[in-house]
Write a protein that binds this ligand. Structure first.
Ligand SMILES: Nc1ncnc2c1ncn2[C@@H]1O[C@H](COP(=O)(O)OP(=O)(O)O)[C@@H](O)[C@H]1O
Ligand SMILES: [Mg+2]
Length: 319
């Protein structure tokens, strides 16, 4: 028995067609971590993966997408995220595996920055959902992957993404590090009709205990629990609530201070100064009608120094 790949033939058998785990190892040369293998063996059509940072979410689901597209002709797989940049990260991993493989590459009939079309009629596309899902309307899909789903607007997931699967009996996969409980991602994670999986960073063989101990010390208990233990935590003391921060999560262009100063027509008003726990600060400006980010990062500042820094930024960019 041979597997038809995009209309061509490769010498792999039923086992590779039936198992994404075997496909990962046998075709892509990737040995999955045990929890990645567990996820890829799951046949549920509703999957929630709540994994810590850098534990291999994107890689695992990229393999699942490739296996699905190659073994299911005439299907559409969409990778959606809040911004195109995030969707493109997973698309880049898919592209790397497919275009870097001597046999799989031959089955690609068209490849653009955001889409791969296979000879078997299947396609994989990366799309941003944006604040209202406008760019996603009108699509029908057999598999939808929502990368960093906890940061996508709930309305878009419910009213734009799920309807795409209505006529195909398709599969929805939400993966994310956790962010806030008042969101469909959290409720789906808790919903017994979903297959959900929780993975902490300590389960990842690539992440050392030393690194985790350092992070626990440096970023504080709350952020550590969220980023590395994949716990849903809400910081009662944070300046802005997580839901508000999610609404502001988008791809922003980082603008150089030098460039901003040179622009005489610049009308820069501080749009948001987002401060979450541990003083993670993102300063956004509205610049010629467009939101741009001028800095984002961890600032270990006292409240006074923080206020002074924000004031300095305001003075620098306000005219
Ligand atoms: N099974 C694996 N074997 C070896 N390296 C892996 C494996 N899965 C993921 N990685 C690597 O681990 C890093 C983090 O993976 P990624 O999928 O980006 O994680 P996440 O999406 O959870 O942040 C990447 O460098 C990736 O290549
Ligand atoms: Mg990722």
């Amino acid at each position: 028995m041979v597997l038809l790949v995009g209309g061509g033939r490769v010498g792999v058998g039923d086992r590779l067609r039936g198992s994404a785990v075997a496909f990962a190892r046998g075709v892509l040369g990737l040995v999955l971590f045990p929890y990645q293998a567990e996820l890829l063996s799951c046949a549920s059509k509703r999957i929630v993966a709540c994994w810590a940072r850098q534990t291999g979410k994107t890689t695992a689901i990229a393999v699942k997408v490739i296996h699905f597209a190659f073994t299911n002709a005439d299907t559409t797989t969409l990778i959606v995220s809040r911004g195109l940049r995030q969707s493109m990260i997973m698309f880049g991993v898919i592209e790397h595996f497919v275009l870097g493989h001597p046999v799989l590459r031959k089955s690609v009939v068209r490849s653009t920055r955001t889409q791969i079309l296979l000879r078997n009629g299947s396609q994989v596309s990366a799309l941003p959902c944006g604040p209202d899902g406008a760019g996603l309307r009108g699509f029908t899909a057999h598999l939808v992957v929502m990368d960093e789903a906890a940061f996508m607007p709930e309305y878009v997931i419910a009213s734009v993404v799920f309807p795409m699967l209505a006529t195909t009996n398709g599969t929805a996969i939400m993966l994310s590090t956790p962010w806030g409980r008042d969101h469909v991602y959290y409720r789906s994670f808790k919903n017994p009709s979903y297959w959900s999986q929780h993975v902490k960073a300590e389960q990842c063989p690539r992440i050392t205990n030393e690194f985790l101990e350092e992070q626990r010390r440096d970023i504080g208990e709350l952020r550590y629990k969220m980023e590395y233990e994949a716990e849903f935590v809400e910081d009662e003391n944070s300046f802005f609530k997580q839901d508000l921060i999610r609404e502001c999560t988008e791809d922003y262009d980082l603008m150089m201070n030098r460039f901003l100063r040179q622009r005489r027509e610049l009308v820069a008003t501080v749009f948001w100064v987002l401060i979450s726990e541990n003083e993670w600060i993102t300063v956004l400006l509205r610049c010629s009608g467009k939101k741009v980010m001028i800095c984002s990062g961890l600032f270990f500042l006292s409240s006074f120094r923080l206020a002074r820094r924000i004031l300095m930024l305001l003075l620098t960019f306000s005219g």
